[in-house]
Design a protein around this ligand. Sequence first.
Ligand SMILES: NC(=O)c1ccc[n+]([C@@H]2O[C@H](COP(=O)([O-])OP(=O)(O)OC[C@H]3O[C@@H](n4cnc5c(N)ncnc54)[C@H](OP(=O)(O)O)[C@@H]3O)[C@@H](O)[C@H]2O)c1
Length: 283
Amino acid sequence: MGAMAMQGKTVLITGANSGIGKVAASTLAGMGATVILACRRPDAAEAAMAEIRQQHPEASLAFVQIDLASLASVRRAAAEVMAKHPSIDVLINNAGLANMKRELSADGFEMTFAVNHLGPFLLTNLLLPALRAAKGRVITVASGAHVAGKMHWDNLQLERGYFVLRSYAQSKLANILFTKALAARVAADGIHANCLHPGAVSTNIWPERNWLEKTFSKVLRWFLISPKQGARTSIWLASGDVGGKANGSYFENCREKTPSRAARNHDAAERLWDISAKLTGLK
Ligand SMILES: NC(=O)c1ccc[n+]([C@@H]2O[C@H](COP(=O)([O-])OP(=O)(O)OC[C@H]3O[C@@H](n4cnc5c(N)ncnc54)[C@H](OP(=O)(O)O)[C@@H]3O)[C@@H](O)[C@H]2O)c1
């Protein structure tokens, strides 16, 4: 990919202040794209932008504040983006978390489901006019952890039996089902929606709040790949030919991969879409 391959393109990345998202933001800005960093903490976004400008002094960067755990914040951020950037070439739904304890979002949804699925669901839908204008790409950072997941249809908010892998795996399965349902809806508009597993990456997603987590994380980090390696497939889908051809697919290591059987279930994808539209108040 040439150095200025993304010249004239507008890319919005959620969670662009850290980990995989920050590398993707920097690399795509270095390729000439205007990159909108959509982050919840302005100071963290500022720091990331300063870092990116050191790497790429010519970088064209913008910031929008968004808390994916609040539907009102998502709506406000989407309106701000649409007003300033009526055409978006690439949306990377990258932000995510794995909550150790069951917490609730501003709207009363289980936090991991809210941030990893409902927020991106609403954001993507609200940005569709700008994505249509560019015949853009929607790239959602899912995870190989989806294979451990199932949709708990009668307990989606995991009120019963919460544990971190159960909620995280369900939310990442939801990312793939969302991608499939979205692709079917936007293909006729020339929009391409795909998702990916970045690998097991050394980022802040692995918590280190107590000695047990710190020890676990230290051991784990020997086996993890760098954020630079972890961002490869996101960048490749954003800038390469395949991201503008494939639709509804799941990728790993810049290669298409077949996700779990649960992730290929058409009825589940449609059911999740309907539920998500209701929960987010999407009309
Ligand atoms: N690391 C891995 O091994 C791995 C494996 C598979 C998939 N993934 C996926 O990769 C994506 C990127 O994660 P990462 O590994 O780069 O982790 P990270 O370094 O922790 O970055 C996560 C980003 O998400 C943001 N975020 C969290 N909650 C948010 C909210 N309520 N509103 C807006 N932004 C929020 C974080 O913001 P703050 O800095 O403000 O917290 C941060 O910018 C995630 O979707 C994750 O599930 C990661």
